[in-house]
Design a protein around this ligand. Sequence first.
Ligand SMILES: [Ca+2]
Length: 320
Amino acid sequence: MKRIHFCMLVFLGLVGGVFGEMVEDFDGSSLVASWWGGDSTPPYVYTLGFANTQHVHSGSASLRVDFNKANDVNLYSFLSAGGYFNLRNYDYLSFWVYNTGTPLRIKVRLEQVGSPTNAWETDWAAIYPALTTTQADWENICVDLTRAFFGHSHGDIDMTRIGQIMLIVEPGDGAKSGTFWIDDVMVTRAPNGAPLDPFESDSYGWSAGGVFTNPALPVLTTEHFQNSGGPADLGQRSLKIVWTNKSAGYDNFIYTPCHDTNAPAGRIGTYTNFTLYSNTLISLWVKSTTDNHFPILLKLTGSKGTNDLNVYPQYYDGGG
Ligand SMILES: [Ca+2]
C-alpha cells in the first residue's frame, strides 16, 4: 500500500498584474481617516501606539496594540479603521500581525457608512481569523471578502460604501490581555493580483471523484502553506489531499469557476473567462511530505463538458 498526500495552493497568475491596494502601512501610505478604539470610558480596552518601531513588517513603523479584555464591558469592543472604502471590487482583506505566540483571535466587522447596522462579520461566513503558530512572529490574517457577495446582493450591506473596518480582539472574552502589532493592511483581487483560491476560509467550488471521495478529505490545514511574506501575500492555510491505492486512472479534483450565484460576472464564484484581463498563466503550488516525484494533469473543460483542453502533465519534483 502506498500512501501519498500533498497540499496545494491554487492561483492564476498574470503578467503585469496589479497586486492590490494598500489601506495602511503605518509608514505614510494610508487610506484610513482615523484609527480609533470603540470604548469611550476609561480604563480602555485598547491602547494604540502609532509609529511604533519595535516590530515592523514593512518600512520603519507599525501599529502597536495593547489590549485588556477585563475592561471590555460588552466583550465585543473594537478598534477600527474609519474612512470611506469601496471594497466591492476586492476579494481579500489581509493584514499582518506580530505577537508573542500566544493564541490570538481577531474577528473582522465591516460597517456601512452612515448605517452601522448594515454590517458583515467574518464569523457570519464561518471565518475565524486567528494566529496559528506558537512562535513570536509575523502572521498573515486573510479575510475572504467574496463571502460578502450574498449580503451585498440581498441589501444587508453596501460593499461600495464601507465606513469602518473593525477588529474585535478575542470576541466574547472578558479576561485576556496582551500586546500585538499590526502592519500592511491591504485589499487584493483575484485572479490578477491574488490567488484564485488561497484556501483560507473554505473550499467552495471544489469537488472530487474516484479515490479522492473520502468524505473526511480534502481538508483545509495549517500544516503547510505558501506565503513568501510580502505585503500582498495571503494566508496561512492550504488544501490537504490524501489518497491510498490509486490506480493508473484519471481520478480527479474539480474546481468549478461558476459556483456562486451572488457573485458579479468576472469575479470569484462566476469567473468563467480565464483569458480575462490578458491572463496568460495558471500556477499551482504543491508540497508533498511523502513523495518527491508524481505527475499532475490539468484539464480545462467547457461549460457543457465539451471543448476540453488537456495540458501536458506537470511533475512535482520537490520532496520533504
Ligand atoms: Ca509598516
